[in-house]
Design a protein around this ligand. Sequence first.
Ligand code: CA
Ligand code: CA
Length: 384
Amino acid sequence: MSRSVLFRLGVSLILLFCLMSPVFFMACDDDDDDDATPTPTPTPTPPPALEYAFVTATDYASGSFYTVTLDSPRTVSTYGTSSSISSDPVCFYSDPYVYVVNRFGFDNIQTFDPENDFGLVAEYSVGTGTNPQEIVVISAEKAYVSQLAAASLLIVNPKNGNQLGTIDMSAYADDDGFPEMAMMHYHAASQSLFVAMQRLDTATYMNVPPNYVVVVNTANDSIKNVIELTGLNPFTDFFYRESNDMLYIGNVGVFTLNDGGIELVNPNSMTAQGYCITEEALGGDIIDFVIFSDTLGYAIISDADFITHVVVFDPSTGTRTSVLLSSAGYDLAGIELNKRDEMWVLDRAYTGPAIHVYNAATQELIETLALSTLPPCWMCFIEN
Ligand SMILES: [Ca+2]
Ligand SMILES: [Ca+2]
């Protein structure tokens, strides 16, 4: 239904209501003598901005991004040469911009503007060879950039990349001097930035125990706490649940061994609280996950044959309840929840990349969007 039809319907309903209700009849009735006072003209409410999924894609030789509208019919838009990004891209949305972090071998960040047809706003280097992983924007002037091949956490102006400082993290490194800072989460209520450290030996890529989440006080950029994780190799992004104010992270440990799990971190007590479900219960290496409710979570796992699956689990009991989707190979690359209670799964299938959209409450498949683009590798939602 068009906006003007809705408006006319709204006006008709108000008039009808005035005619039927004595109270509103009095409110609508203008029989006093103040007609000389001009009635202020109501300011029209602007239409809500369109909401999108922003998807980065790669075939490991080249990269690009595209968008998908969240409203049905879900429409994929490509942006030609202006959507050229690296072949190792990840993306993060922080109102008003989308940030693409170009990782291994590219070492830069690109900023795109959804309000301007996803045009490029800025592109800046974060240091040759530093292998950036994530940018967390805490204000228009300040952001943190984690880098796998660096001993310090970088602080930048997110819009132009001007470097504002660094926080020395060498105390948490293994013998190669790098603690392998990976994914981060900003807990605004406590002004705390949680930085997961993978602690890999650069020569072998083997994990060096113990592993940490280091907490930065963003008010003064000091180290607030160091949390020792139960598991090793924090591999996934953090997942934050507002309803219980808890952080979750997937520790993959060793690939091909069911030795990790999804661990809880309390952002207020700054303590690790063990697994809500283990890799053994999930049935494979943890690749990505979301928690929908106290009793319902979804995880992408990779089994002993490197086949990926979306499995359904109960975080309250630590048990896997079913398998929702299985791929032919190592294809399922990411899983995200949006505010519409939809769960989107990125599928890099060789036979045809796709995005599967599920109702996260009911596990019902709403739609599979076939993509005629590069295979998707990462996504973020742009929601009001
Ligand atoms: Ca290291
Ligand atoms: Ca494992």
